[in-house]
Design a protein around this ligand. Structure first.
Ligand SMILES: Nc1nc2c(ncn2[C@@H]2O[C@H](COP(=O)(O)OP(=O)(O)O)[C@@H](O)[C@H]2O)c(=O)[nH]1
Ligand SMILES: [Mg+2]
Length: 419
């Protein structure tokens, strides 16, 4: 036995919908008004019916309405609306151009009539859209996703997030969302956003404590932006944050020609001490010589995640230094979810503390970041949003990530945390 819910402007219409989908034998469990009639909106009723699963399957097969028909209806209605709108605009302009300012009564009545007709037609379009959505609406354990959820469902689906995540979050939303919030797609979106945000672990940026230095190491695949991120953070900690810190840099990136130069240039520009290091003894010495610093940032060998030798070398540095080192895995936003998982698997044994995502500006879908972070449960700490040093870096925020995920990337959005 399954419970299904159907919404319509009248209880009888909702029942009719239920009977079309579930057959005459559907047992009505409850009928309730879920939205009161207002000035510009009709009331909305919900009928919940119980139905045998085999009946449901039978009815589904019998369902004939094709989505192409609905699409044709939709475009026809849209065309009618645009024609009427055109007339409206013209008649409105004529009214405005009337030189003596006199408003013709007949014109006014016509204008009202046309306005009413537009309302009626746009209602019709909405209804057709709902029919179209209902037909395509995914069914999860007998739970059909209502039309108010369609916009957010589609956005989340195209964000690249894991389909299972999306389905279970939808189910949760449908189960727990209060009825009065379901009345329009805006409140649904807000509720859904809050739920998504709560699933993203984020590490709040902290200041260093007195007499306690912080060592941050940046690891990750070649070319993701480790060195650039380190340079941005060096500037941030030493000049841009309210509480300025003494920052030192160590580079283990001595194998890639040019890579050391790049960091030395940045250090010189920012007047920060920098040490390059080849073996573990060097590393220990460098940490000692930078012991006056509050924060030491360590850049690592540009390595492919499959390059076990280089990864093992990093591990040695971590283990033998006898220091507490904060390991920051740097990843690019444009990496597919499966590849992010694979990379993480290879770097995991270094003991990853936090994740930094770079190249926000180079992707359109952020659902991979959401699903990846939710899966591994490690907190996000920073987002890199462009090539500019030092400006293009934000503290990670779940609001900003979900906003990029559902509405696309922009550096200017309100959700950008104030840095
Ligand atoms: N568009 C964009 N490019 C970035 C970003 N971060 C780094 N880059 C670029 O990516 C390239 C590789 O960066 P690099 O720091 O050398 O990567 P590493 O090999 O991981 O150290 C450089 O051209 C950077 O300017 C970002 O957030 N957005
Ligand atoms: Mg580098």
């Amino acid at each position: 036995m399954k419970l299904l819910s159907f919404n319509a402007q009248t209880p009888s219409e909702a029942l009719r919908k239920a009977q079309i989908q579930c057959g005459e034998n559907a047992l009505v469990v409850s009928t309730k008004e879920i939205r009161k009639k207002t000035f510009n909106k009709s009331a909305l009723y919900e009928v919940v019916v119980a139905v045998e699963e085999k009946e449901l399957k039978k009815e589904k097969v019998q369902k004939k309405k094709s989505s192409t028909d609905v699409l044709l209806d939709l475009s026809k209605a849209a065309k009618q609306i645009s024609q009427i709108e055109d007339i409206t605009v013209k008649s409105y302009k004529n009214e405005e151009n009337n030189s003596d300012g006199f408003k013709n009564k007949k014109d006014n009545e016509e204008f009202k009539e046309i306005k009413n007709e537009i309302y009626n037609l746009s209602d019709k379009v909405k209804l057709i859209q709902e029919m179209f959505w209902e037909e395509k609406a995914p069914m999860r354990d007998g739970l059909s996703i209502p039309s108010e959820f369609s916009e957010i469902y589609k956005k989340a689906r195209f964000s690249g997030m894991n389909q299972n995540d999306l389905d279970s979050i939808m189910e949760l939303t449908l189960e727990h969302m209060p009825y009065n919030m379901r009345k329009n797609s805006q409140t649904v979106k807000r509720y859904f956003q809050v739920l998504l945000r709560k699933m993203v672990p984020v590490r709040i940026e902290s200041d260093t404590q007195r007499d306690k230095k912080r060592i941050m190491m940046f690891v990750g695949p070649t070319g993701v932006g480790k060195t650039t991120t380190l340079a941005k953070l060096a500037a941030r900690y030493s000049y841009l944050k309210e509480k300025r810190e003494k920052v030192g840099i160590i580079t283990l990136d001595t194998y890639r020609i040019g890579a050391v130069e790049q960091l030395f240039q940045y250090a010189k520009m920012m007047r920060l001490p920098i040490e390059d290091v080849i073996d573990i003894e060097d590393f220990k010495r460098a940490i000692t010589s930078l012991s006056f610093c509050d924060t030491i940032l360590v850049d690592t060998i540009g390595s492919s995640q499959y390059d076990k030798d280089k990864l093992e070398k990093i591990e040695k540095f971590l283990k033998r230094s006898n220091e507490t080192i904060d390991v920051n895995l740097v990843l690019s936003s444009s990496t597919k979810l499966e590849d992010l998982r694979e990379i993480y698997k290879n770097f995991e044994y270094l003991g990853i503390d936090t994740i930094i995502f770079t190249k926000f500006d180079e992707t359109k879908s952020f659902g991979n970041i959401f699903s990846f972070t939710k899966e591994i449960g490690k907190p996000l700490s920073y987002f890199s949003v462009g090539q500019e040093v030092p400006d293009d870096i934000f503290c990670a925020s779940s609001e900003y990530l979900i906003q990029c995920m559902l509405d696309g990337f922009t550096k200017e959005k309100n959700a950008k945390p104030s840095n």
